[in-house]
Design a protein around this ligand. Structure first.
Ligand code: CMC
Length: 428
C-alpha cells in the first residue's frame, strides 16, 4: 500500500497519493491537486517534477549510478556495441545473435539517403553550423516519407521510420560536415559497421584510399554508448513533449536535436574544448579561470562541470576520462589541452566553491578531447552527441506513444498586468 501525503493550504488539508518506482524512488502524485484545491505546483526547470513513468533508464545522481533497462553503463560500455545498446533501449531486452544480425542488416539496407538531400544541402552556406543542418535534414524526412507524418500507423510502419532514421543519421551528420568544408559527399558503405561507415563518410575523399582505423571506430562506438540515453533531460523531454502532440517521429527528433544544441546541454562538449583552448592561449593559468567561474559578476562558467542530477560524480565522465588516456596513447596523440583539463579538474575538485555545490566533471569534460584525437572537428562534437542520443530519444518517444501519454501542457503562475481597458494610440 502506498503512503498518503498530506498538503495543508490554509485550514484545509488535502490527501495526495504517492507512488514508488522499481528502484524505490518516492513521488507525490499531484495529478488531481488543481481539481481538488484550485492550486497548482510550480517548479521552474522541473527540478523536482517527474513528467512521466519510464522503464528505460535509471539514474541515481547521489550514488553516480546509470543503468539502461537494468544494465550498468560500465558493463554496457565495456562489453556491448552501440547498435546492441540501441536495440536494448528501443525494445527493452538485449537482442539474441539473430535479432542483432537482423537489426544491423535492416539498418545497413536503409543507409542511403534520397539524392534530393544533396539539393537541400546545397542550399546551406558553408557557414551553417552542422547541428542546424542535421535538424533540418531530419525534419526533411517527413517530406521524403510522408507516411511517417502519422505516428498512429501500424507498429510495423513506425518501426520502419525508426530503422530509417538510425540508418540515415550518420549519413546526414557526415554530409553536414562535407557541406561545411566544401567537399563532395561520400556515399554510405553498408559493408562497414555503423561507426566505420560514419568515419569513412566523414574523412574519405573521392579518389583517395581510406582505411578506417579500428581503434578510432571502437573508441567512437564507446562514446556513442555513453551518450545513448539519460532519462528525462532537456532534449529527451523535448522529444516527448513534441511527440505528445502526435507530431511525427522525425519532427520530434529534430526538436530534440535543437534542444541538445545549447551549451548548457549537448553543446557543452564544443564549449569545453573552446574553453580549454582559450586557457591554453592565455598561458594556461587555470587559477584565473577558476576564479572567473566563481565570480558571480562574471557570466563565465566552467564548462563540462556540474550536472542537474549527478551530485557526486558522473559515471560516464569516469569511463570517458579513462578512455581518453587509452585512446590518446594508442593513437600516439599528445594533446596539451588534456593536461590543462586534468589540472583544472584537480583544482576544482579541491576548491570549496565546487565542493559545496557538488560540481564534478560531467560526460562532456573529456569527450571533446577524445573526439579531437579521433580527428572530429570541434563544431561536430554536438553532432556526435546527437548521433549517440538518437536511440534514447527514439525509445523515449516510442514509450510515450505506447503509454498513451496525454499532450504535455504545463501551467503557469501569471505575473503580468491585470485586466485594463485599451487606450487609443492618440491617448498614450
Ligand atoms: N561553473 C561554475 N559554477 C557553476 C557551474 C559551473 N559549470 N555549474 C553550476 N554552478 C553553480 C551555479 O552558479 C549555482 O551557484 P549558486 O548556488 O551560488 O547560485 C550552483 O552551482 C547550482 O547551479 P545551477 O545552475 O542552479 O544548477 P542546474 O542544475 O540548474 O544546472 C548545469 C546544471 C549542467 C546546467 C550547470 O551545472 C552548468 O551550466 N554546467 C556547465 C555546462 C555543462 O557542462 N553542461 C553539460 C551538462 S552534461 C551533458 C548533458 O547531459 O547535457
Amino acid at each position: 500500500m502506498s503512503e498518503i501525503a498530506e498538503l495543508k493550504i490554509g485550514d484545509k488539508t488535502y490527501e495526495l497519493p504517492t507512488e514508488v518506482g522499481s528502484e524505490k524512488e518516492l513521488a507525490i502524485n499531484v495529478g488531481k491537486l488543481r481539481a481538488q484545491s484550485g492550486a497548482i505546483t510550480i517548479d521552474p526547470g522541473f527540478k523536482n517534477t517527474g513528467s512521466t513513468r519510464s522503464a528505460i533508464t535509471f539514474l541515481d545522481g547521489e550514488q553516480g549510478i546509470l543503468r539502461h533497462r537494468g544494465y550498468s553503463i560500465e558493463e554496457l560500455a565495456e562489453k556491448s556495441s552501440f547498435l546492441e545498446v540501441s536495440y536494448l533501449l528501443i525494445f527493452g531486452e538485449l537482442p539474441t545473435a539473430t535479432q542483432l544480425e537482423e537489426f544491423q542488416s535492416e539498418i545497413a539496407d536503409h543507409m542511403l539517403v534520397h539524392e534530393d538531400i544533396k539539393k537541400i544541402l546545397d542550399g546551406f552556406p558553408a557557414s551553417a553550423h552542422p547541428m542546424g543542418v542535421l535538424s533540418s535534414l531530419v525534419t526533411s524526412q517527413t517530406a521524403f516519407y510522408p507516411e511517417s507524418l502519422d505516428p498512429n500507423r501500424s507498429s510495423k510502419e513506425v518501426m520502419l521510420s525508426i530503422i530509417r532514421i538510425i540508418a540515415k543519421m550518420p549519413t546526414f551528420a557526415a554530409w553536414a560536415y562535407k557541406n561545411e568544408i566544401g567537399q563532395p559527399v561520400i556515399y554510405p558503405d553498408s559493408n562497414l559497421d555503423y561507426c566505420s561507415n560514419f568515419l569513412k563518410m566523414m574523412f574519405a575523399r573521392p579518389g583517395m584510399n581510406y582505411e578506417v582505423d579500428p581503434v578510432v571506430a571502437k573508441a567512437l562506438d564507446t562514446l556513442l554508448i555513453l551518450h545513448a540515453d539519460h532519462e528525462q533531460n532537456c532534449s529527451t523531454s523535448t522529444v516527448r513533449i513534441v511527440g505528445s502532440s502526435q507530431a511525427s517521429l522525425y519532427a520530434s527528433l529534430s526538436a530534440g536535436i535543437n534542444a541538445l544544441w545549447g551549451p548548457l546541454h549537448g553543446g557543452a562538449n564544443q564549449a569545453v574544448i573552446e574553453m580549454l583552448e582559450a586557457i591554453k592561449e592565455d598561458g594556461g593559468d587555470t587559477d584565473k579561470y577558476l576564479a572567473k567561474a566563481k565570480d558571480k559578476n562574471d557570466p563565465f562558467r566552467l564548462m563540462g562541470f556540474g550536472h542537474r542530477v549527478y551530485k557526486n560524480f558522473d559515471p560516464r565522465a569516469r569511463i570517458i576520462k579513462k578512455a581518453a588516456d587509452e585512446v590518446l596513447e594508442k593513437l600516439g596523440v599528445n594533446d596539451p589541452v588534456l593536461e590543462i583539463a586534468k589540472g583544472l579538474e584537480e583544482k576544482a575538485l579541491n576548491d570549496e566553491y565546487f565542493v559545496q555545490r557538488s560540481l564534478y566533471p560531467n560526460v562532456d569534460f573529456y569527450s571533446g578531447i577524445i573526439y579531437r584525437a579521433l580527428g572530429i572537428p570541434t563544431e561536430m562534437f554536438t553532432v556526435m552527441f546527437a548521433l549517440g542520443r538518437l536511440p534514447g530519444w527514439i525509445a523515449q518517444w516510442k514509450e510515450m506513444r505506447e503509454n498513451g501519454e496525454p499532450i504535455g501542457r504545463p501551467r503557469q503562475v501569471y505575473t503580468g498586468a491585470t485586466s485594463r481597458s485599451y487606450v487609443d494610440i492618440s491617448g498614450r
